[in-house]
Design a protein around this ligand. Structure first.
Ligand code: ZN
Length: 242
């Protein structure tokens, strides 16, 4: 049994990004065999980067299915992922294009890989709703976190050490609510300390969504807190070199 891993990447209309393979002529999800000792999450993100030139953050494991091709047995894990940087481009010569497809379109095509056939038949309304909700929330969080990183880098360049430690800056709340535009006052040093792990985010107190995140700590811990650090319950590992 060959272990495989790949990414489900959706656009804002919940269409899925697939690659067009030259031979055999079929539509495939970005992915490939998991190397010995490799975390499947990393494999999925790595293949996506190699074939499409985009850095992704994997936000959760969706499901896994078996299929057969050319007499071999494969076990494919599907991961939900969001693009962190870059625009998709076909980098692997095995493929001559890539495109977003609606799920309806895919049910009528006969050039799907066995793995894509599996995911199309697994996507009922429940799974699609789950995909859409995860996609929206993750996309929001990735955009905000990137924006805040830029604010931090700029502040680090222009502020002296005292200001870095004590001057409160307006960072944008990194909660999962796409309509939230509140700011969180914290110094550059506090911001850096709060992001000691890639799955830690800063939010306004009370903005946590307990189905996908856990409050690690709020600061200050007594009286009225200015901000809280949450740990996303989802898998939140990035490809290297972000
Ligand atoms: Zn918020």
């Amino acid at each position: 049994m060959v272990q495989m891993a790949g990414c489900v990447l959706l656009d804002t209309q919940s269409r899925i990004l697939l690659l067009s393979r030259r031979s055999p002529r079929q539509l495939e999800m970005p992915g490939g065999p998991v190397e010995v000792g490799e975390d499947p999450v990393i494999s999925a993100a790595r293949y996506t980067q190699e074939s499409l030139g985009v850095l992704v953050t994997v936000t959760g494991e969706l499901a896994s299915h078996d299929f057969q091709q050319d007499g071999k047995d494969y076990h494919f894990k599907w991961f939900m992922a969001a693009i962190v940087s870059g625009a998709p481009q076909s980098l692997n010569p095995k493929y001559d294009g890539h495109q977003f497809f609606t799920w309806d379109e895919l049910t009528h095509r006969d050039d799907l890989s066995p793995n894509v056939k599996n995911i199309v038949s697994a996507v009922d309304d429940g799974l699609l709703a789950q995909l859409q909700s995860r996609h929206r929330r993750t996309r929001n969080e990735v955009i905000i976190a990137t924006h805040n990183q830029r604010t931090r880098r700029l502040a680090e360049r222009v502020l002296d050490n005292d200001s870095k430690a004590f001057m409160p800056l307006s960072f944008t709340c990194e909660c999962s609510d796409a309509s939230c535009s509140e700011t969180v006052p914290l110094s550059v040093e506090e911001y850096v300390a709060a992001h000691s792990r890639t799955d830690y985010f800063i939010i306004r107190p009370g903005h946590e969504q307990t189905d996908i995140e856990r409050v690690v700590a709020c600061y200050p811990s007594t009286g009225q807190s200015r901000y809280c650090v949450v740990e996303k319950q989802m898998i939140e590992r990035r490809t290297p070199a972000v």
